[in-house]
Design a protein around this ligand. Structure first.
Ligand code: HEM
Length: 423
C-alpha cells in the first residue's frame, strides 16, 4: 500500500510494525511526524481496537460528508470488541451505552434523531444570534484580563474560564456553580479517547462526572421555564409538545458545555503557543485587527483543538485497498488532513495569507461544529483583549505539557511572559 519513499522509517509512536500507539507520550508531544508517515505509507491503517485511522485530507473531507458514515458507536463492531475484552466492568465511553446517560448526546446520534435534537438548539447558535452576545463576551474577557501580571498561566487566566462563563450566561448556570463544570468537562471529554485500559479510579471519576453533570442539568431543568436562557427555551419546547424528554434536555446541555469547554480552551492555549513561536503573527494582528479571522483560521489549521473525529461505517466499502466493513469504527485524523502536503503548500509553516481549501478543524457535513460561530466570536474577542493589553508573549517554559489523550489536544497549562502595553 506504500506509495512513496519519502518516509522510510516510522517515527516515535508509530511502532515498528504499525498499528500506531496513540498513547505514546512522544506522540502526544509531537504527533505530526507520525501523521506524515501515515499519510505517506498507510493512508488507511487498522489501529487500536480495530478502528481504522484515515489521515489524508481528501479522504477525511469526503468521509465527514459521507452519509454511509454514522456516529452511533453503540452500533459498532468496536463496541462489541470493547465489551468482549473488558470483562465484568467495561470502561466508560460516551455514547456506547456504558455510561450513566439515559439519553444520547446528539453528537453521537444519526438522523432522524440527530436532526430533531440538533434542530432544537440550532437557533441559539446561528451567526446572528451569536453576534448579539458579543458585548457580553467582551465584558467577560475584560474581567478576566484586568490587571495582568507579567507572567501567568494563559489557560487558567483565559482559556479555561472564558467558555464556561459564556456557556453559563447562555444556559443560565449561576456563576457560583460554574467552576465545577471545568472539572466535569475535562473528565467527560476524556471519555472521547476510547481508552480501554483506564485505572479504576480514573474510570470512577469519569462515571461520577457524567452522573453529577447530568443530575445538575436535570435539576436545573426542573427549576427553569420562564427565562430567556437556553435551558428555559428547551423546557418550554418540551412542554409545548416537542418530542423531547427531560433526560434529552440534560444530555444536550452536557454536550454543549463539554463540546465548548475543552475545544475552546485548547484553542486559546494553542494560539498562545503559535504566537510565542511566530511573534510576527501577534504583532501583525495587533497592528491590523482585520487579519483576526485569517489568523484564527491558520491557528485552527496548524494546531487544531480536536485531532480526531470518529465515525462508524453504516455499509461496507473499500479505501486505499483496505476493506472497511459495516460497523467498523473509523477515526478521521483531521489534524493530519490539515497538514496534507497534497493540498497545502509548506503545510507545517504558519501562513495566515495562505489560500486554498479550508481546514477540517470544525468538521464538515451534518455534524459540522454547531458552536463554530460562537467559538470564532469568543476567540476574536479574546485576541482583541490580549492585543489591547500586551505587545507580545513568550513561553516561560519551552517544553509544553499537553493534556492527556490524543482526541483533543491542547496544553495542560501555559505559563507565558508578556510585554505589557504602556498604560
Ligand atoms: C475551537 C473551538 C471548537 C472546535 C475546534 C470544535 C470542533 C468540533 C468538531 C470537529 C466537531 C465535529 C465532530 C464530528 O464531526 O464528529 C464539533 C461538533 C460540535 N461542536 Fe464544536 N468545536 C469548538 C467549539 C465549540 C463550542 C464553543 C460549542 C458550543 C456549544 C461547540 C459545540 C459543538 C456541538 C454541539 C457539536 C456536535 C454537532 C453535531 O453533532 O451535530 N463546539 N465541534
Amino acid at each position: 500500500m506504500s506509495d512513496s519513499t519519502k518516509v522510510t522509517a516510522p517515527p516515535a509512536g508509530a511502532g515498528s510494525a504499525a498499528p500506531l500507539d496513540l498513547t505514546d507520550p512522544a506522540l502526544l508531544a509531537d504527533p505530526y511526524p507520525a501523521y506524515r508517515y501515515l499519510r505517506t505509507a498507510h493512508p488507511v491503517l487498522r489501529g487500536p481496537l480495530g478502528a481504522f485511522l484515515v489521515s489524508r485530507y481528501e479522504d477525511c473531507a469526503a468521509l465527514l460528508r459521507d452519509r454511509r458514515m454514522g456516529k452511533d458507536f453503540a452500533r459498532s463492531n468496536f463496541f462489541e470488541q470493547v465489551m468482549g475484552d473488558a470483562g465484568d466492568e467495561p470502561p466508560p465511553f460516551l455514547g456506547l451505552g456504558l455510561d450513566d446517560f439515559e439519553a444520547k448526546l446528539f453528537m453521537l446520534t444519526d438522523p432522524p434523531e440527530h436532526t430533531r435534537l440538533r434542530g432544537l438548539v440550532a437557533q441559539a447558535f446561528t451567526p446572528a444570534t451569536i453576534e448579539r452576545l458579543r458585548t457580553a463576551v467582551a465584558g467577560i474577557v475584560a474581567g478576566l484580563l484586568d490587571d495582568l501580571p507579567e507572567r501567568f498561566d494563559l489557560m487558567e487566566r483565559l482559556g479555561t474560564p472564558l467558555p464556561i462563563r459564556v456557556l453559563g450566561h447562555m444556559l443560565g448556570i449561576p456563576a457560583a456553580d460554574q467552576a465545577r463544570f471545568t472539572v466535569w468537562s475535562a473528565e467527560i471529554a476524556g471519555l472521547l479517547d476510547l481508552d480501554v485500559a483506564l485505572e479504576p479510579e480514573v474510570a470512577r471519576a469519569r462515571r461520577e462526572a457524567v452522573a453529577q453533570c447530568t443530575a445538575y442539568f436535570m435539576e436545573l431543568a426542573g427549576r427553569r421555564g420562564d427565562g430567556d436562557d437556553l435551558v428555559s427555551q428547551l423546557v418550554r419546547a418540551r412542554d409545548e409538545g416537542s418530542a423531547l424528554s427531560t433526560q434529552e434536555i440534560a444530555a444536550t446541555c452536557v454536550l454543549l458545555v463539554v463540546a465548548a469547554q475543552e475545544t475552546f480552551s485548547n484553542l486559546i492555549g494553542n494560539a498562545g503557543i503559535v504566537f510565542a513561536r511566530h511573534p510576527h503573527a501577534f504583532t501583525r494582528l495587533a497592528a491590523d485587527p482585520g487579519v483576526a479571522d485569517a489568523t484564527l483560521t491558520e491557528i485552527l489549521r496548524l494546531e487544531p483543538s480536536a485531532h480526531q473525529v470518529g465515525r462508524i461505517a453504516l455499509e461496507p466499502f473499500d479505501l486505499h485497498g483496505e476493506r472497511i466493513e459495516q460497523g467498523d469504527a473509523v477515526i478521521l485524523l483531521v489534524a493530519s488532513a490539515n497538514r496534507d502536503e497534497r493540498v497545502f503548500t509548506d503545510p507545517d509553516t504558519f501562513d495566515s495569507d495562505r489560500e486554498g481549501p479550508g481546514h477540517l478543524s470544525f468538521g464538515r457535513g451534518i455534524h459540522y461544529c454547531l458552536g463554530a460561530p460562537l467559538a470564532t466570536m469568543m476567540a476574536r474577542e479574546a485576541l482583541r483583549g490580549l492585543t489591547d493589553r500586551i505587545t507580545g508573549l513568550s513561553l516561560a517554559d519551552a517544553a509544553v505539557t499537553y493534556k492527556p489523550g490524543m482526541g483533543l489536544r491542547g496544553p495542560a497549562r501555559l505559563d507565558v511572559v508578556v510585554q505589557k502595553r504602556a498604560a
